[in-house]
Design a protein around this ligand. Sequence first.
Ligand code: NAD
Ligand code: UD1
Length: 331
Amino acid sequence: MKILVTGGIGFIGSHTVVELIENGHDVVIVDNLSNSSVKVLDDIQKIAKRRPVFYEADIRDKAAMERVFTENKIDAVIHFAGLKAVGESIQIPMEYYHNNITGTLVLCDVMRTHGCKTIVFSSSATVYGMNNVSPFKEDMPTSCTNPYGWTKLMLEQILTDIAHSDPEWSVVLLRYFNPIGAHPSGIIGENPSGIPNNLFPYLARVAAGILPCLSIYGNDYDTPDGTGVRDYIHVVDLAQGHLKALNYATEHKGAEAINLGTSRGTSVLELVKAFEKANGVKVKYKIVERRPGDIATCYADTAKATELLGWSAKYGIEDMCRHGWNYMNKK
Ligand code: NAD
Ligand code: UD1
């Protein structure tokens, strides 16, 4: 199949493009490079031995998107393009709503015009909000605490409404838990600019001596060791989940939300220890105040992914640590 991957130069997108190519698909990428480097195209080619077609374009640019669909007979879309920093979304909400929501509306409009009605969308565990108890199941009530999260929840609603309005649409909403790690080759991985907000890239930079010390946000949560518990998932497992979701979407109409996680919780201290063990390094840390907006525990119930997609995560936490570190040391 010919698959359009929006945001395909980014962290999760690039790993998914590799899996798509390795599984015989033709890939067209649209990315505006707002949070990625065009060099990743060479890296994808190095691993997958084929270069995807690339358009440097913004998904909000309707004329550019028309050109992509006119020049390529797209069978389905995997839609990663979006802004994703929670803190920044609170500072510049209009940019987040415009980029994520207008962008998706333009994309879907052009898809409809060209008779392409199959989409796999990047949602997030953030839609489970602050009030549910883990493991999170897809039928639990949803809510959000910041504009980034609201864009995900609003887009889930919009895409579901589109699927309900026209029975030809097929929509899979993938709710990712905490993607970390890198491709085992060490050629592609996560490369946030500036000081990272998320735990894994921060921790790796402390281990590398780039940052002095990891601040652990609270050790008084109601968790086994008092630090926050999350469901870390290897980015390659996540990428493979997209291929399964794509297969499912081509065979089923309607809209489905599906968790992609491991169903295992790991605390901040456990992740630090796993990283030290996997890589033979020390990570200096100190305990500080809780970060506002954080919940104690967040992990997935993955039964629906297993049942509908025939997918489950394969990599363990030490693989994630080893591969993430390997990527950092190669770049
Ligand atoms: P990323 O920033 O590495 O990748 C997103 C890509 O989209 C970037 O290459 C960026 O340049 C591009 N992009 C952004 N806006 C665009 C636009 N208007 N037009 C064209 N390209 C645009 O992020 P990622 O970690 O790979 O995340 C991919 C998706 O998954 C995002 O939608 C994100 O919200 C979602 N998600 C990520 C995580 C995570 O922890 N990484 C968790 C849950 C959900
Ligand atoms: C965060 C976002 C979430 C987003 C996800 C992936 C918030 C509140 N949530 O999730 O919406 O989908 O990233 O991009 O920002 N921690 C530390 N020290 C650090 C960084 C984090 O102790 O320097 C702790 C946190 O308190 C948490 C855990 O590590 O317990 C994981 O944090 P993080 O990687 O930021 O992910 P989430 O908060 O789960």
